[in-house]
Structures are given as structure tokens and as C-alpha cells.
Design a binder for this molecule. Structure first.
Ligand code: ACO
Length: 429
């Protein structure tokens, strides 16, 4: 007989089914709690709420473990590529050579956007934030593919939607960048791989055709692999929430991009660099900012520190720290803010406040320094994160949409407002 937990409310007791995941994670299944007891659960920020069963990503935040489809993140960074990881996340297994070739060909095949869309970009002011452009463009892309908006797609149409979006998002991101620097748009090149093409579109000018070298391409691969999925984070939950109404993938991703934008989530990589620059401009006294972060009367937080699920070092931050050193040495860049970042990390890791609250550098702490060394402008950092997170969002949307038991997401609340009161005419108020 399967295990249950007993809930006692007043004189009544209720049996709650217990669910155990493949890594031993335990949950109380409260799907029928309200019908059984009249109670709901309250969990602001969803810190203790499982929204779904998922077989995509496993995290053990206490042990600093992150695995995609059971494979450790460090092994994927060492041996795989972002394209292969995308396939792994979306289709649930590593591809055979034939499957991988077919996947890459399909992605490459869809690497153009409708020419009319170019005028959308030029309608934005030059200073427009590229996250605003990206989110709007992904949604706008849907109007060119009405056949792919059907809520109950065939598996073939779903595959086409997925590969189109995987391919075109990097084009939209590169065009958003080109718009922001006032340069001509550059198209993909058939002989280049997915990420080299992206960098080529970003940095090629009429004066200079850009091709990334091996270390730069590998670094971007690692950055995108560590960004690729992180189970039910804010933006992925948003994609699932929007998609649960059977909104199409274009709309669901557009919403996910907006959720990622916030500085407490993907926007933290931009916020980290802005914080490090502010410390540098203020004389480089990192200790002053450690004290400020601890001061509860100040809203200041150490950006790039802390995480909802990691109460140990974020394994992604560890990987990126290594690549940060490698890429800066390779490019001969001596960035004073890297020294500030390292001093800040060292000071925080030996400070009681951060130790007791188990606050460690997260993925965003070092990613911004790498992007800066690669000449990616600060307001593009979160766009880079979005491109990396894309296969994860897609995998979660696909997992949910293919679940025959899928339900529209609709949380409840505990109402704390006025009880019934009469309307007072304005002259009597
Ligand atoms: N600096 C200073 N204190 C912090 C920080 C920080 N960066 N992060 C958490 N704390 C403190 C909080 O003030 C709180 O203290 P209290 O218990 O005395 O009230 C305690 O640590 C717990 O913090 P919460 O905000 O309750 O933790 P939560 O899990 O809700 O938030 C979050 C996690 C949003 C990431 C938070 O740590 C934070 O704001 N970090 C900075 C922003 C950041 O780097 N975000 C990127 C996260 S990674 C990603 O999304 C890709």
C-alpha cells in the first residue's frame, strides 16, 4: 500500500497521499485537499509548492547538484555542446548521430525571419532595452506562422514550432543588438554552427567579418549550457503558467522573457556589473558594500548572491568562475571589476551574515564579467541568458502540453479585504 501522511484538523483526520520522486524527493499530494477538508495551503513565493511532476532537471540545492535528464552539469559543460544539450532537454535523451544531424539541419533551415520584421526593429528608439524588443518580437513572430498557433498541434507541427523558435530567437536577439548600436543587420552563414552564427551576426560589420575563435565559442557554449534549464524557476514557471491556458509557444516564451528580465532573476547579471561598476566608481571599497548588504534599513542587496534553492555553492557559478579566468587571460583583458568581484566573494564567504544565511555567489555573479570581456553590452546580458534558457523553457512547455492530465494553472488565495459593505454615494463620503 502506498504511503500516506495524516492531517488532523479539529476532530477530523485526513489521509494525504505521499509522492516520492526518482531521487527520493518527497511531497504531500494535496490535489484533493480542498474537496476533502475545505482548506487550501498558503505558500507565498511557492517555496514549498511543487507545481508539477517533471523529468527534465534535478537540483539538490543542499549538495550543490544540478543535472539535466540525469547528466551532471559539469560533465555536459566539458563534453557536450549547447545544441546537443538543447536536444537532450527537449526530447529527453541524447541524440544519435543521425538524429543530431537532422535536428541541426532543421534549426539551420529556419534561420531567417520575415523581411517585413526588420521594420519593426527600426521603429524602436535606439536606446530601447533589448529585452523589451526580444519579448515583443517573439510574440510578433507568431503572426507569420498562423498554422503553428493551434492549441492542439500535431507532433510534427510542434517540432516545427520548436525548431523555428530555437533558430530565430538568436536572429531576433542579434538584430535587437544591431538596432541598439545603429548597425546594419547581418544574416546567418550556412557553414557556421549555431553559436558561431550568433556571434557572427552580432559582431560582423561592413569593415570586419567576425568569426569567434575556439575558446570564445566554447565559453559561450558553457555559458548557454549552464543557463539552459533550472527546473521551476520564475521564468520557466511563467512559461508553464501561460502555456497552461493553451496559449501558443510564441506567447508563452514572450511572457517567460519578461519574467526573466527582473533583477531578482535573469536581470541580476546586468545588476551585478552595475553594482561592481558602482563599487569601483566609489573607490573600490568592497567592505563598505558588504556592510550595506547586511544593513536591514537599506534596500541594497549583494547582487549575484543568494538563491532560493542553493544553500550551498551554485555549481554553475563554480564552472563560470573557471571560464572567467580562462577567457580574460586568453583575451589579455585585465578587468579591475574582476578583482572587486573576487574580493567581494572572498569577504562574503568569510562573513557570518552570509555564512549563516548560506548566501553564495550564483550563476549571475561571474557571467556578466565574461559577457563584458566578450564585448557584449551590459543591457544585452539578460538577452544572452534568455537565449541560453530557451531550450529549458521549450522543454517544460512541451512536457506540460504533452501531459494528458494537464490543467490550467489557477492558484487560490486567502481573501483579507473588507467583508460585505454597502455602497456610499459620493456626496456622503
Ligand atoms: N544580499 C544580502 N542579503 C540577502 C541576499 C543578498 N543578495 N539574498 C538574500 N539575503 C538575505 C535576505 O535579506 C534574508 O534575510 P532575513 O532572513 O534576515 O530576512 C535571507 O537572506 C533570505 O533571503 P530571501 O530573500 O528570503 O531568499 P529568497 O529565496 O526569497 O530569494 C534571491 C532569493 C531573490 C535570489 C535573493 O537571494 C536575492 O535577492 N539575491 C540577489 C539577486 C540575485 O542575484 N538574483 C539572481 C538569482 S539566480 C537566477 O535567478 C538566475
Amino acid at each position: 500500500m502506498s504511503k500516506t501522511a495524516t492531517l488532523q484538523i479539529d476532530d477530523a483526520s485526513f489521509e494525504i497521499p505521499v509522492i516520492v520522486g526518482s531521487e527520493g524527493e518527497k511531497a504531500l499530494d494535496i490535489t484533493r485537499l480542498r474537496q476533502q477538508t475545505g482548506y487550501i495551503t498558503l505558500d507565498s513565493g511557492y517555496g514549498n509548492t511543487g507545481a508539477c511532476l517533471s523529468s527534465i532537471t534535478y537540483i539538490d540545492g543542499d549538495a550543490g547538484i544540478l543535472r539535466y535528464r540525469g547528466i551532471d552539469i559539469a560533465e555536459l559543460c566539458e563534453k557536450s555542446t549547447f545544441m546537443e544539450v538543447s536536444y537532450l532537454l527537449i526530447y529527453g535523451h541524447l541524440p544519435t548521430a543521425e538524429q543530431f544531424l537532422h535536428f541541426k539541419e532543421r534549426v539551420h533551415h529556419h534561420s531567417l525571419i520575415h523581411e517585413d520584421m526588420k521594420s519593426f526593429f527600426t521603429s524602436y528608439p535606439g536606446h530601447a532595452h533589448p529585452m523589451a524588443i526580444l519579448s515583443a518580437m517573439v510574440c510578433s513572430l507568431s503572426v507569420y506562422h498562423p498554422k503553428l498557433l493551434e492549441p492542439d498541434q500535431s507532433p510534427e507541427d510542434r517540432d516545427e514550432t520548436v525548431t523555428r523558435l530555437l533558430s530565430k530567437l538568436r536572429v531576433l536577439a542579434a538584430f535587437a543588438y544591431k538596432r541598439s548600436v545603429g548597425e546594419a543587420f547581418v544574416y546567418t552563414k550556412p557553414e557556421l554552427d549555431y553559436l558561431s552564427n550568433f556571434l557572427h551576426m552580432m559582431f560582423t560589420t561592413p569593415m570586419n567579418e567576425y568569426f569567434p575563435d575556439e575558446l570564445i565559442r566554447k565559453t559561450l557554449d558553457v555559458l548557454f549550457i549552464v543557463h539552459a534549464d533550472h527546473e521551476q524557476n520564475c521564468s520557466t514557471s511563467t512559461v508553464r503558467m501561460v502555456g497552461s491556458s493553451k496559449a501558443n509557444l510564441f506567447a508563452s516564451l514572450s511572457a517567460g522573457i519578461c519574467a526573466l528580465w527582473g533583477p531578482l532573476h535573469g536581470g541580476a547579471n546586468q545588476a551585478v556589473i552595475e553594482m561592481l561598476e558602482a563599487i569601483q566608481a566609489d573607490g573600490g571599497n568592497h567592505k563598505k558594500y558588504i556592510e550595506l548588504a547586511k544593513d536591514k534599513s537599506s534596500p541594497f542587496r549583494l547582487m549575484g548572491f543568494g538563491h532560493r534553492v542553493y544553500r550551498n555553492y551554485d555549481p554553475r557559478a563554480q564552472l563560470l568562475k573557471t571560464y572567467c579566468d580562462k577567457v580574460l587571460t586568453h583575451l589579455g583583458v585585465s578587468d579591475p571589476i574582476l578583482d572587486i568581484a573576487k574580493a567581494l566573494e572572498e569577504a562574503a564567504l568569510s562573513d557570518n551574515y552570509f555564512v549563516e544565511k548560506k548566501l553564495y555567489p550564483n550563476v549571475d555573479f561571474y557571467s556578466g564579467i565574461i559577457y563584458r570581456a566578450l564585448n557584449i553590452p551590459t543591457n544585452m546580458f539578460t538577452v544572452m541568458f534568455a537565449l541560453g534558457r530557451l531550450p529549458g523553457w521549450i522543454a517544460h512547455w512541451k512536457e506540460m502540453i504533452e501531459d494528458p492530465g494537464m490543467k490550467i494553472a489557477r492558484p487560490r488565495q486567502i481573501y483579507t479585504g473588507e467583508t460585505l459593505q454597502a455602497y456610499t454615494p459620493i456626496e456622503e463620503r
